[in-house]
Design a protein around this ligand. Structure first.
Ligand SMILES: [Zn+2]
Length: 262
């Protein structure tokens, strides 16, 4: 059994048991990383993704996210994109719909989902090892992936080798512990999560992997707006859109999101 790797050299101690795993916390308060203990190296691999279930929930959000990336010049019409953990491909499809000339290479562990991606005309590899080392990409998508990875520093370091000199990684992960100590996030809701990042531990992991930094951002486009109608739903959407960024300013965000620059 090989354990998940911590981020810095400081020891961790048992902190609490989540619904699915025993969680240890790094004793270095400048890191405070939380991680699963006693799980095997493949614990983070997802096995039960439905092929169609996610599409309708994410379609509208994906369109806004792609528009946000274009606005930030993270993707352009002829970008080379590496989508790590492409899953059912809902985001990959949204990218191609909006930017038909875009070049997307997917990494997806599941044979079933990889076959599906390939049948839709996307290049797909099982893991980083099966991508030719002379490939390089303008943009790497790492959306809800790093919390599944046994050794995040090694993983980020390997991704760096696939980035062009001015390429960037867009990363999202549920926050394991907010600035105020709260763990009321969805980090612990999924059995396959093995890393629970704090703002500090993700920044430390990024630096240790040889990147300059991660620029954290609150990205409204990431959150589905919901489709319910009526005045109360409108108010709820409005309140949520205003409240989320304000809360994020004080507590830190329940979701860590941002661009990593080489
Ligand atoms: Zn640490």
């Amino acid at each position: 059994m090989s354990e998940t790797a911590a981020i810095c050299a400081a020891p961790g101690h048992r902190s609490f048991d989540s619904r699915f795993v025993e969680v240890h916390r790094c004793e270095n308060e400048q890191c405070a990383h939380l991680f699963a203990i006693g799980v095997d190296a493949n614990h983070g691999v997802m096995h039960e993704l439905g092929i169609d279930g996610e599409e309708s929930i994410y379609e509208e959000r994906n369109d806004r996210l792609v528009a946000f990336w274009e606005d930030r010049q993270f993707v352009t019409g002829d970008s080379m994109i590496l989508d790590v953990g492409a899953g059912t491909g809902h985001l990959t499809r949204s990218l191609r719909e909006r930017l038909p000339e875009i070049n997307i290479h997917c990494v997806e562990e599941s044979d079933l989902l990889r076959d599906q991606l390939e049948s839709e005309g996307f290049a797909a590899s099982k893991n980083l090892d099966s991508i030719s080392p002379d490939r390089s990409f303008d943009a790497v998508l790492l959306i809800e992936v790093i919390e599944h990875v046994a050794d995040p520093v090694d993983f980020l370091d390997r991704l760096r080798e696939y980035l062009k000199a001015d390429g960037r990684i867009f990363l999202t992960t549920p926050c394991g512990e907010l600035r105020n100590g709260s763990r009321a996030t969805n980090a612990y809701d999924t059995p396959e999560h093995v890393q629970f990042f704090t703002e500090k531990s993700l920044r430390a992991a990024v630096a240790k992997a040889g990147f300059r930094d991660i620029a954290y951002e609150y990205i409204d486009a990431l959150y589905p707006r919901g489709t319910s109608a009526g005045p109360s739903a409108t108010f709820k959407r409005f309140a949520t859109r205003i409240a989320r960024p304000i809360l994020a300013t004080f507590q830190g965000s329940r979701h860590l999101t941002g661009f990593i620059e080489p």
